[in-house]
Design a protein around this ligand. Structure first.
Ligand SMILES: Cc1cc2nc3c(=O)[nH]c(=O)nc-3n(C[C@H](O)[C@H](O)[C@H](O)COP(=O)(O)O)c2cc1C
Length: 399
């Protein structure tokens, strides 16, 4: 996603500076070109040599070592990330002070800036730092909030450098065009559970990864995003609303309660379609049960299709192999605008995998169209699905 993006990495004099090697790894793996600019005080915490080796580019510290580097970097870079950012740096940047290479270069920079502060909670809470963060946010600077927890000084509080994956996501977000800003998207994800008794249930292998990826990318591309998730071990992505549910009926209810105002509904969850016919109020003895009879659960997509003013609706079809005909049948039966065919044999990613290969199917002017994605990380597949939705919604011939 960051292939050949030129990123200036500013490192300042915080005890958290050592954590930056992990961010450098993330950035390099994504194909970014990293130009490190570190303050003199940062060199007390990390050595310029190790930063230079990790980034694969010369570390710049002193303005007068390489005259005009401040203007060259400002002119030729795609993004600035300052991590960790000290209170001193934030206050200087907000005031327009340019007394070293980093502050001088960033003052001349016109592109997106991501700042990840790290400091003692007393410094973070200080009215000066808070006022300057507010001001910089008004100027469009992206902040990755520090986390609460045990600080290097031994105190507890808010000031720990944010997790590296959050800083990385903020960088991706800052470089991503907000082309879905008018969209209000509801995504369902994960499996559901149907209980046999209070402690036993049936479920399926769905991890929620595909739906979480769609919600995350939708949000990054500017959509107002709601994620309704069945039980999943994943940490929820940054969305506007996250709703956790357990059973298929819960999921149906949550979808119905949140469907007003929604412009696009993406049903990527794998809700169970059958449940035990009987529910036992207390734990059943193993001797007293020989078999479990099943009955059908509510069909969420079918219920949606009955709505008069339903949003643009995308269903997912989990099939054993790329069974195009079954997916087409579902598209018609459930009155969907688009269906995403997922092969769950495990040969092309699918359930619980980090990658996926899907077939996007829709009907236009009485003709079916289909597009098979390559096998890609789920976030890339999510982006392709969202782009196809956007394309169809703007297509006059789509019905
Ligand atoms: C051991 C030690 C740890 C420090 N950690 C932090 C920190 O995490 N955050 C911060 O804002 N300042 C921290 N400071 C203070 C900064 O290093 C100091 O404000 C310095 O002027 C920052 O310079 P710079 O912003 O040019 O890098 C620390 C100082 C010391 C001695």
């Amino acid at each position: 996603m960051l292939k050949n993006k030129k990123i200036v990495l500013g490192i300042t004099g915080s005890i958290a500076a050592y954590k930056i090697f992990e961010l450098i790894k993330f950035l390099k793996n994504s194909g970014a070109l990293i130009f490190p600019v570190i303050t003199k005080n940062a060199t007390y915490f990390v050595t310029p040599l190790s930063i230079e080796i990790a980034c694969g580019n010369k570390v710049l510290i002193d303005m007068f070592d390489s005259p005009m580097s401040h203007i060259d970097l400002a002119k030729n870079s795609d993004l600035f990330v300052i991590a960790p950012a000290t209170a001193n740096f934030i206050n200087k940047y907000a005031s327009g002070i340019a007394d070293d290479l980093l502050t001088t270069t960033i003052l001349a920079f016109k592109g997106p800036v991501v700042i990840a502060p790290a400091m003692n909670w007393r410094m973070y809470e200080s009215p000066q730092v808070q006022k300057n963060i507010k001001y910089l946010k008004e100027l469009g600077v992206n902040f990755v909030e520090p986390e609460e927890g045990c600080l290097a000084c031994g105190e507890e509080g808010k000031g720990r450098l944010a997790e590296v994956n959050k800083i990385f996501d903020a960088i991706i977000s800052a470089l991503t065009e907000k082309d879905l800003i008018t969209e209000n998207i509801l995504v369902t994800a994960g499996p559901t559970r149907q209980y046999i008794d209070p402690i036993r249930f049936i479920t399926n292998k769905s991890s929620g990864k595909m739906g979480y990826a769609i919600a995350k990318v939708a949000k990054i591309r500017g959509a107002s995003t709601t994620l309704i998730s069945g039980p999943s071990n994943l940490s929820p992505p940054q969305v506007d609303r996250f709703i956790s549910v357990e059973t298929t009926s819960d999921m149906l209810q949550a979808v119905m309660e949140n469907i007003n105002e929604i412009t696009t509904l993406i049903m990527s969850a794998a809700p169970l379609d059958f449940e035990p016919e009987m529910f036992f109020e207390t734990k059943i003895d193993k001797e007293s049960i020989k078999s479990i009879s099943l009955k059908l659960c509510p069909d969420i997509l079918k219920e949606i299709s009955k709505l008069k003013n339903r949003p643009f609706t995308v269903g997912f079809s989990a099939e054993w192999g790329f069974n195009i005909n079954r997916a087409k049948k579902k598209l018609l039966e459930k009155n969907l605008d688009m269906i995403v065919l997922n092969d769950i044999t495990g040969k092309h990613g699918g359930m619980a995998s980090d990658e996926n290969q899907v077939v996007i199917i829709y009907k236009k002017k009485n003709r079916f169209y289909q597009y098979k994605t390559p096998l890609l990380p789920k976030e890339d597949v999510a982006s392709i699905i969202l782009s196809k939705i956007k394309e169809l919604k703007f297509d006059k011939h789509f019905q």
